[in-house]
Structures are given as structure tokens and as C-alpha cells.
Design a protein around this ligand. Structure first.
Ligand code: AMP
Length: 194
């Protein structure tokens, strides 16, 4: 069995971001389908989320969406995916997404994307999981995030090792390469708490 059969992608629910981000999500989605990496995501049909789900489906890949009931309307729960799980709360959604995935990839997005990223980052710091976390820093979109985390290290509120818990890359191909390589390494140290 491949080490990265299922990848959780966190990304924006807005359609109003730069078109280049949606183009990147399309390229990523078709590459995931080619490499037979299933997508786990928030289940919406809008924004970068909907774009990547559609691209994986178009490529013949597997897409699992997890959406809380109260967001079905607002985020347009996607009916044309392999499986859509409707859950009762945001906490259930995030736990399920994490549990189903072998790694986490962060694309451009907003507050929700950041929240999801920080939860997986801090859980990894606490050794609740050992799954890889990769940030796709398209057009330097996440440079400010990297700088913020470095500020925490400089102020000694975080350790240098904490800033290495996530890997920054520039292209979809580099993201999947890094995730596949790290998932294979982490398989040996995974503690199975998630
Ligand atoms: P955004 O990046 O704000 O467009 O949100 C991206 C995804 O994160 C959407 O599916 C949101 O429903 C989800 N989200 C927003 N806030 C939270 C939160 N506090 N916890 C978990 N997911 C969230």
C-alpha cells in the first residue's frame, strides 16, 4: 500500500481570490488523480475547495468531503464527489478529516484554512500525530505566515524545531513529492493517536 493514499487539503472557501490559485488547484488535483492520491477535504463546492475537488474527480480520482450540516447551504455541499459525509459539528469535521488522511497540504485560503493548519501543526508538536504538513506557498502567498512563525521562534515562544514542523514548497509537484517522501518516513514513527 502506498504511504500517501489519502491527502487532506485545507484551502479557501472563497471564489474571489486570484485566478492563479484556482489554476494551481486544478494542476494539483489532476496530479493527485494521476498519482492515485485520494483527496479528503471540507466537502464544499465553492472556492479553491470546490476547484480542487472537481479537478480530482475529472482526473478519475477519489474525493471524500466532510461537511457539518449547518454549512451544507453556505459552502454548497458537493454532491458530485465519491463520498460526502455530513457531520454534526466543526470539531467532528476536523477530527474526521485528520483521521482519514496520511498527510496535510495547505493551499491559499482564509481564516478557516489557518485554523485548520494551526491545529494540525500544534497536534504534531504535541506528538499526537506524525503526519507530514506541507504548505504550498504559491506566489509567496504564505510568506507572512512563515515570518510570523519565525517571530515566535525569535521571541522564544516557539522552538527552532517547531518552525521545521511544516515544509514550504512552491509547486504542486514539489508538494506531492515532499508529502510522499515524508509520509514514508513518518510511517515508522507514527504513534497512532489520531
Ligand atoms: P476559509 O479559509 O475561511 O475560506 O475556510 C476554509 C474552510 O475552513 C471552510 O470549509 C470553513 O468552513 C473551514 N473553517 C472555517 N472556520 C473554521 C474553524 N474554526 N474550524 C475548522 N474549520 C473552519
Amino acid at each position: 500500500m502506498p504511504n500517501l493514499s489519502s491527502l487532506c487539503v485545507y484551502c479557501g472557501s472563497s471564489n474571489d481570490g486570484p485566478e492563479s490559485h484556482r489554476d494551481m488547484a486544478i494542476a494539483l488535483g489532476s496530479m493527485m488523480a494521476e498519482r492515485q492520491i485520494g483527496l479528503v477535504y471540507g466537502g464544499g463546492g465553492v472556492g479553491v475547495m470546490g476547484t480542487i475537488a472537481d479537478a480530482v474527480m475529472r482526473g478519475g480520482g477519489q474525493v471524500t468531503g466532510i461537511i457539518p450540516d449547518f454549512l451544507m447551504h453556505q459552502e454548497a455541499g458537493h454532491s458530485a464527489i465519491t463520498s460526502l459525509e455530513v457531520v454534526g459539528s466543526m470539531h467532528e469535521r476536523k477530527a474526521r478529516m485528520a483521521e482519514l488522511s496520511d498527510g496535510f497540504l495547505i493551499l491559499p485560503g482564509g481564516l478557516g484554512t489557518l485554523e485548520e493548519f494551526f491545529e494540525m501543526l500544534t497536534w504534531r508538536k504535541l506528538k499526537l500525530h506524525a503526519k507530514p504538513i506541507v504548505i504550498l506557498n504559491t506566489d509567496g502567498f504564505w510568506n507572512g505566515l512563515e515570518a510570523l512563525i519565525q517571530d515566535l521562534v525569535d521571541a522564544k515562544y516557539a522552538r527552532t524545531a517547531d518552525s521545521a514542523l511544516a515544509t514550504y514548497v512552491d509547486t504542486p509537484e514539489a508538494a506531492l513529492d515532499a508529502l510522499e517522501q515524508q509520509a514514508s518516513a513518518s510511517r515508522h514513527i507514527a504513534s497512532g493517536k489520531l
